[in-house]
Design a protein around this ligand. Structure first.
Ligand SMILES: [Zn+2]
Length: 441
């Protein structure tokens, strides 16, 4: 106790000295540096909230924040502003992918793949994945799991500190899954003992689920990912089969809620999805076999459907996958397309998620065209990755639209995406947090 008081005193004296020193130097030196002001001149600007495309718009960015938006003729431009010419492009808010695995790549889904690389190797190899994602115009992502726990948390922290470029990440930390479940490493001999970080989120029973979720939160996760049913790319797993019970899922949601975090739930089968919806998850990932009742429940409770129909193409093209994966992919894709169309008719909230890692990182924008082919208008498709995604992230006060007060996450494409959705596959300008990461004329 006494030691603490002494340390506090020393510390307090130190702070006082620092304040005095700062005061003294402030008197002599010029005033504190003002935040940099950047003005973007946009030929067209997509207002995703109103659904309108405005011409000749100006966005004023002060530091990392948008401070003004409007017609070039009316917005007052501060004298010190630096101008960026995007007069031949369409500006829109930075995009967000709700289902990425930035640490992994397709090779990681080979049987025992995660055993072949260390955490350090994964961390380094994830750097180009993060860069490619940002380059593709995705300024925010949810990273919904890595087999080696917390590499995604480390990547988030490195990006936030400016050590490596990448999107703003809400990381899951580890998969919360039953023993031998969809998020576990399967296909190994029964006597193989895995190190803790390769089975960090494995839990059976409500007590273990609570403990694992608390451990994952304590280690820096920004969201929780639970797996309620089997999976396509897990050996021996049946996508339609329920894994966690409703009680286990509820325990996960309760623990996450206490820490202010949301829960994303991997579910192909309807029974597992319904258990998760009743338990209070924020989103259903994949949702291949969602039936009428499940979709109605989601609509009622505002649960998001994170649909990833584009990734089936990448799975078909990967020749190294097991035959088992191919067959499950065929079944779940056909079913997911039916569920997606019905969800659209019912007005279930849909958020953009690609399962990047299964598709190459940086190809995230290619799914917009799939959403449109399956019945969305281009504007609806864009909203899944802007306003809707921001809502699911719990970041609508900061991201998802270009408005004063929001973070300066702004991208530009060459054409009008309402006329040609595929222009989103070639983003020419990326600003995140007020910093320009890409500017191709
Ligand atoms: Zn996934």
């Amino acid at each position: 106790m006494k030691g603490n008081t002494t340390r506090l005193l020393v510390c307090f004296t130190g702070v006082l000295a620092a304040i005095l020193l700062a005061g003294a130097s402030a008197g002599a030196a010029p005033q504190k540096e003002l935040p940099r002001i950047v003005v973007l001149r946009c030929g067209r600007l997509l207002d995703v909230k109103r659904g309108t495309l405005e011409r000749n718009q100006v966005i004023v960015v002060t530091g990392n924040t948008i401070t003004a938006v409007g017609p070039a003729a009316t917005v007052r431009i501060p004298e010190s502003a630096e101008t960026m010419d995007l007069s031949r492009a369409t500006c829109l808010p930075g995009l967000a992918d709700m289902h990425t695995h930035l640490i992994d790549d397709a090779e990681g889904y080979a049987v025992a793949g995660p055993l072949t690389r260390s955490g350090a190797q994964l961390a380094f190899s994830s750097i180009p994945h993060a860069q490619a994602t940002l380059d593709a115009g995705f300024t925010s992502v949810r990273d919904v799991g890595t087999y080696r726990a917390f590499v995604d948390v480390a990547l988030r922290d490195a990006i936030n500190r400016g050590i490596v470029p990448g999107p703003r990440i809400q990381p899951a930390g580890a998969y919360v899954t039953i023993t031998g479940g969809a998020g576990a490493l399967t296909g190994l001999a029964p006597d193989v003992e895995l190190p803790r970080e390769l089975r960090f989120g494995v839990a059976d029973g409500t007590d273990q689920v609570r403990q694992r979720v608390r451990d994952i939160i304590r280690n820096g996760a920004g969201m929780i990912k639970v797996l309620a049913t089997g999976a396509v790319l897990t050996p021996g797993s049946t996508p339609g089969a329920q894994e966690f019970t409703e009680e286990e899922l509820r325990a996960a949601v309760e623990e996450a809620k206490k820490a202010g975090l949301k829960v994303a739930c991997h579910a192909h089968g309807a029974a597992g999805a319904k258990a998760a919806i009743r338990a209070g998850v924020a989103s259903i990932e994949h949702g291949s076999y969602l039936d009428e009742e499940a979709l109605q429940m989601m609509k009622e409770r505002g649960v998001f459907f994170v649909a990833d129909p584009y990734n089936s193409v990448a799975i078909y093209q990967n020749k190294s996958y097991l035959d088992e994966f191919m067959e499950k992919n065929r079944q779940t894709t056909e079913a997911q397309i039916r569920a997606f169309r019905r969800a659209l008719e019912l007005g279930v909230r849909i958020a953009y998620g690609t399962d990047a890692a299964v598709i190459p990182h940086g190809d995230n924008g290619r799914q917009f065209a799939t959403y449109v082919e399956l019945g969305m208008t281009p504007l609806q498709a864009i909203r899944t990755a802007t306003t809707e995604a921001a809502e699911l992230l719990g970041w609508s006060d900061r991201t998802g639209s270009i408005e004063p007060g929001k973070l300066a996450d702004i991208i530009a494409v060459r054409e009008n995406p309402l006329e040609n959705i595929r222009t989103l596959e070639q983003v020419v300008f990326v600003m995140k947090d007020g910093k320009v990461f890409k500017n191709e004329k």
